[in-house]
Write a protein that binds this ligand. Structure first.
Ligand code: URA
Length: 251
């Protein structure tokens, strides 16, 4: 055995599967034993039925009901509701308010993509480089949903035009989903979903069809919804939300 292998083996710290699941926030050990007994847990792709199974939480790939469970203790997953006027970086050399002004935890985190300074809404923050990379990479085409305020009245076929797509300066763009969310007088709030992340894409798309955006907010990133989180608020993602994000990018 080489020196390197020897060190790697010494480093392995195996723990009972039900404890690993409980520590990851799945539920009590008892509940985790039930999940194992019901055949709902896989380790490295194989179904496990034995309670005594030991795994290394830093290396094992564990799924419950097909959703990945993050078991590396140092991994962090949050969402923030970026307020309007705040830049989407962790620091700003020009002294403007940045995400760092709202992050309440000491860990070093990456923001998963950006929003315009004028846009508010959901930004994911994590120290999981692989997940973050995949969520941003166009080949995974993760959906993002926005609420945009525009001036009505709007034609009946606007959704069809946006879904069919339009030609922008830097190429073709189209919406995957579109609906009227709310309407008060001429103020129309529309919900629009896209699976791409080019700069100012929603503003450019709506302007191209004749409806410049007055206000914009991102309300969903892949399977994760902003919900009732107030602008400036931050919260930890649930185990389920993290599992769904993994699933959305094939992990
Ligand atoms: N599209 C935009 O136009 N702006 C954003 O901030 C995000 C998507």
């Amino acid at each position: 055995m080489s020196d390197n292998q020897g060190r790697a083996d010494e480093d392995v710290q195996e723990v009972r599967l039900q404890k690993v699941l409980a520590d990851a926030g799945i539920g009590s050990r008892r509940h985790c034993e039930e999940l194992i007994g019901e055949g709902r847990v896989t380790v490295d792709g194989k179904k496990v039925f034995r309670f005594g199974e030991r795994v290394d939480p830093r290396r094992a790939v564990i799924h419950v009901d097909g959703r990945r469970v993050e078991t590396r203790a140092e991994m962090r997953y949050y969402m923030i509701n970026k307020p309007r006027g705040v830049v989407s970086t962790m620091a700003d050399e020009r002294g403007r308010k940045s995400l760092a002004d709202y992050v309440e935890v000491p860990e070093r985190l990456f923001h998963v993509g950006r929003l315009d300074t004028d846009t508010e809404g959901l930004i994911l923050l994590t120290n999981d480089g692989e997940l973050s990379h995949r969520l941003m990479h166009p080949s995974f085409g993760v959906d993002k949903t926005y609420l945009a305020e525009i001036h009505g009245p709007i034609p009946r076929d606007l959704g069809r035009r946006l879904r069919r797509g339009v030609e922008l300066d830097d190429g073709f763009a189209q919406a995957d989903g579109f609906r009227i969310f709310d309407q008060v007088g001429r103020r129309v709030l529309v919900e629009i979903t896209l699976h791409e992340g080019r700069k100012h894409i929603v503003r450019r798309l709506l302007k191209e069809v004749g409806f410049p955006v007055q206000q914009l907010a991102r309300v969903q990133f892949g399977p994760v919804k902003l919900g009732q989180l107030k602008p400036g608020g931050m919260r930890t993602l649930t185990v389920r939300e993290v599992g769904e994000l993994y699933k959305a990018v094939g992990l």
